[in-house]
Each structure stands twice: as structure tokens, then as C-alpha cells.
Design a binder for this molecule. Structure first.
Ligand code: IMP
Ligand code: MG
Length: 174
């Protein structure tokens, strides 16, 4: 069966919400640099837009993690594909995620980073699918709460496809 795409959140709505999220993050920030840690690859588009909506002192770092195979279901196994290049000890950290689904990836990252003694650690996610949660997580900034559907676009993929779509779309027929 061929894949079908249905727009769930338009680029225009995403832009407006990210501007608000930037203001929320600024209101909670100090003069010390905030380390925006993008979880590759899915959050690269969100990071690019969110970082420019934040007016306070920020630095950008990348981390690559995999918890999914080619498939759309979680393997439950989290693997660090690329670790941070810098120390986050005594730094303010903001984890920038594309989507929180089971919560397994985020819990793994929070545990890993807490061992490195940051000054503070917060989480921003563009999308949250709370119905799918297997492990509870505390998220500080949520762009949109969405139903239990598989979405692609704006950085999110299905088997590496569709990351370049400007809107967030529901993918069916998979
Ligand atoms: P979790 O560990 O189950 O919370 O999975 C989080 C990761 O799974 C996200 O960072 C995405 O890479 C991927 N993921 C979860 N749901 C979707 C979806 O609907 N579309 C695309 N990727 C997803
Ligand atoms: Mg991700």
C-alpha cells in the first residue's frame, strides 16, 4: 500500500508556537549560556528555528541517539551514536527533542546527563504523544500535544524519508 500524508500542523502554526516557546525559555534564562542540545537527527529543524527564537545567551551542541530501527516501533534499546563534544559540568542545559513518545529515549538522556553534573537541566520538545508513554517524564516546554498517530516532516522521518517536509503530517498506509 502506498503511503498517504495528511497535514496535522502547518508550518505557519509551528512558527507561531516556536516564537512563544522562545519567549518562555528567555523568561526562565539567566546571563549564563544555555546549552541547547539537539538530539539528532529528528530535532535539527526545530533546533534551527527554536535557537533563533531565543534571545538570551545560548550555545548549540549535538548528540545522536538511536532507539528505532528502520521500523516505526521502538526497540526499547537506546544507543549513543554521537556523544557531546563538550563538558556540561556546571552548565545550564536544555535538551531539544523532536517528539516524546514512549519516554525511553529522554529518560536515558536525562540519566546520562545527570551523571555529568550540569547546573540545571530542562527539556523542550516540539511534539508530545502522552498516550504512548511507557516511562513518565517531566517536560518543561511542549510545542504541541498530539494524538497517537505516526507523524513525519519538519525533521521527523519514516525510514529516513520525509524529514524535509515543511509541515507536520500524519503518515498512514505503513
Ligand atoms: P521514545 O523513546 O519512544 O520517546 O522515542 C522518541 C524518538 O522516537 C523520537 O525522538 C523520534 O525520533 C522517534 N519517534 C517517535 N514517534 C515518532 C513519530 O510519530 N514520527 C517519527 N519519529 C517518531
Ligand atoms: Mg528524536
Amino acid at each position: 500500500m502506498r503511503h498517504q500524508l495528511r497535514t496535522l500542523i502547518t508550518a505557519k502554526r509551528i512558527r507561531a508556537r516556536i516564537a512563544e516557546m522562545g519567549r518562555e525559555i528567555d523568561a526562565d534564562s539567566s546571563d549564563e549560556p544555555l546549552y541547547l542540545i539537539s538530539v539528532l537527527k529528528g530535532s535539527f529543524v526545530f533546533l534551527a528555528d527554536l535557537s533563533r527564537a531565543i534571545k538570551s545567551h545560548a550555545r548549540i551542541e549535538f548528540m545522536a541517539i538511536s532507539s528505532y530501527g528502520r521500523d516505526k516501533t521502538t526497540s526499547g534499546q537506546v544507543k549513543v551514536l554521537k556523544d557531546l563534544d563538550v563538558s556540561i559540568e556546571s552548565r545550564h542545559v536544555l535538551i531539544v527533542e523532536d517528539i516524546i513518545d514512549s519516554g525511553i529515549t529522554l529518560n536515558y538522556l536525562l540519566r546520562l546527563f545527570q551523571q555529568r553534573h550540569p547546573k540545571s537541566i530542562r527539556v523542550a520538545t516540539l511534539l508530545d504523544k502522552p498516550e504512548r508513554r511507557l516511562q513518565p517524564v517531566d517536560v518543561d516546554y511542549v510545542g504541541f500535544t498530539i494524538p497517537d498517530e505516526f507523524v513525519v516532516g519538519y525533521g521527523l522521518d519514516y525510514a529516513e524519508d520525509y524529514r524535509n517536509l515543511p509541515d507536520i503530517c500524519v503518515l498512514s498506509g505503513i
